[in-house]
Design a protein around this ligand. Structure first.
Ligand SMILES: Nc1nc2c(c(=O)[nH]1)N(C=O)[C@@H](CNc1ccc(C(=O)N[C@@H](CCC(=O)O)C(=O)O)cc1)CN2
Ligand SMILES: Nc1nc2c(ncn2[C@@H]2O[C@H](COP(=O)(O)OP(=O)(O)OP(=O)(O)O)[C@@H](O)[C@H]2O)c(=O)[nH]1
Ligand SMILES: [K+]
Length: 440
């Protein structure tokens, strides 16, 4: 039971029409009544003059909302003060709340309290943070689905199954001690194999959810003067990178943010690839190659009025998933290429082919990070814990002794519990301490 009462501005910083101060904790009712004279009816917006508790000066005329616990966002007594959104108003009311014994909340503390009071699991709490940070449609949908409990249900279901598996394994140990014939351990092992397969399939999704959360990386690679900077500027719709007829203009990486079918992406223009004696250009080429290696989507560009050099052609073959773009098609028809994949003819000058390129990028983005039917894993925190669970299930199934198998199932259960934050501690403690003697 948390004893302190916290408050914070829930609306954005700075001047606004209305600012929302939010309170949560056992002292909420008393603080609101002191400020507003009386506590309004539960969950009804009520107009109140807020008074300074020491001087009785009127600080603001505000809408007050009272949310008695446990049916509130945090699960404890909570309230909202909808103030006039001037900084002096917010400061005066905050100061009054401090004098009434409330304290400013830490980042995320309201949602932390919601978790502690069992209003949501950790994946839902994380989804609230994602929802607040969401910048694109697809990010919003993924976060909302997770906030709504899609991952909580999936991982919670696995936790239940694993709890049953552990119970079966423990029963098997007892049967064995009593010399009773049984196939319970075999059934536990089969159920564990099925569960491990499901978790593995969920892990093996090409990092779809993580990529949507974090954004995709796209790199444009090609020879000097291939028209890479012009292509970047045309796609981004602004003059981000310097364009010039001098080969080797771009040395560093120039990045632009884009949204492709609701999926956020950063597209990077890179230094033209060539052997150079210039140390800075050499470093630029190294950076270009590194970025290309890390990219989720690679665009390899060559100018249609040139025959791609050996290095460019080698690049095409090395990156069979890359989108090949012929640039400057207003100057010449692109030559037939001995390379895998389709070539998209474009011209930054006339705009030809840019829509086709955007469509190709959007398709690739959806493949890498699109919303699927099954809820996606969204954080590396989940990934490492789930991988640990799969590993422990494998160890348990291969264990030479029934006690070791139970040990593995227990470890897998703990790993799953770390993801949701809902470890049934009682259940695990029971299975640990049952082997102790009474009085120990
Ligand atoms: N003004 C305001 N807007 C907001 C929030 C808020 O706290 N205040 N939210 C929060 O960040 C989000 C909405 N989420 C909420 C989730 C649960 C409850 C709540 O009181 N739940 C109770 C009662 C539900 C009901 O009325 O049926 C419950 O679940 O028991 C409130 C807000 C977004 N908008
Ligand atoms: N006609 C025509 N010229 C283009 C087109 N795109 C780029 N150019 C020209 O080609 C030259 C090189 O363009 P950039 O975009 O700077 O090429 P880059 O690949 O970024 O060059 P580096 O910085 O050397 O790697 C410039 O003179 C551009 O004006 C195009 O679509 N049509
Ligand atoms: K150039």
């Amino acid at each position: 039971m948390l004893t302190d009462t916290i408050f914070a501005r829930a609306s954005g910083a700075g001047q606004a029409a209305v600012a929302v101060l939010r309170l949560s904790g056992p002292g909420t009712a008393a603080a609101v009544a002191r400020l507003g004279g009386t506590l309004p009816a539960a969950r009804r917006a009520s107009l109140r003059r807020l008074h300074d508790p020491d001087t009785a000066e009127v600080l603001d005329q505000a809408l007050v909302l009272w949310f008695p616990g446990p049916g509130s966002y945090t699960g404890e007594d909570a309230a909202e003060l909808h103030l006039h959104g001037g900084n002096a108003v917010v400061t005066a009311v905050s100061d009054a709340l401090s004098r009434l014994g409330c304290r400013p909340a830490e980042p995320g503390e309201f949602t932390r309290r919601a978790f502690l009071h069992g209003r949501m699991d950790l994946t839902q709490a994380e989804a609230i943070a994602d929802l607040i940070a969401a910048e694109t449609t697809a990010q919003r949908r993924q976060a909302l689905r997770q906030a709504d409990g899609a991952l909580a249900r999936l991982y919670g279901g696995w936790t239940e199954r694993l709890t049953r598996i552990l119970a079966q394994q423990e029963a098997a140990i007892e049967f064995e001690m009593d010399d009773l014939p049984t196939d319970v351990a075999d059934r536990a092992r089969e159920a564990a194999a099925a569960l491990a397969r499901e978790i593995s399939a969920h892990l093996d999704d090409g990092r779809r959810g993580e990529r949507l959360r974090e954004g995709l990386s796209i790199a444009i690679l090609g020879a000097p003067n291939a028209g890479k900077s012009s292509l970047l500027n045309a796609l981004a719709g602004r003059d981000a990178a310097i364009v010039s007829p001098i080969a080797g203009t771009t040395r560093d990486i120039v990045e632009c943010r884009m949204v492709l079918g609701g999926v956020p992406a950063v597209i990077a223009d890179t230094a033209g690839l060539r052997a150079s004696t210039d140390a800075i250009e050499q470093e630029g080429v190294r950076r270009a190659l590194r970025r290309a290696e890390e990219a989720d989507i690679l665009i390899t560009a060559f100018a249609a009025d040139t025959t791609p050099d050996a290095e460019t052609l080698a690049q095409f073959r090395q990156a069979p998933g890359a989108i090949i773009v012929a640039t400057k098609c207003d100057l010449a028809a692109p030559p037939a290429l001995d390379a895998p994949g389709r070539v998209i003819p474009t011209s930054a000058r006339t705009g030809e082919g840019l829509d086709a390129l955007r469509q190709a990028l959007t398709r690739e983005a959806a493949r890498h990070a699109g919303l699927g039917d099954a809820p996606a894993l969204t954080r590396s925190r989940h990934r490492s814990a789930l991988a640990e669970a799969v590993e422990q299930l494998g160890l348990a199934r291969a264990a030479p002794l029934p006690e070791l198998a139970a040990e593995g199932y227990r470890a897998a259960l703990l790993a799953l519990g770390r993801v949701t934050g809902r470890v049934d501690v009682e259940r695990i403690l029971d299975s640990i301490f049952r082997d102790f003697c009474i009085g120990k």
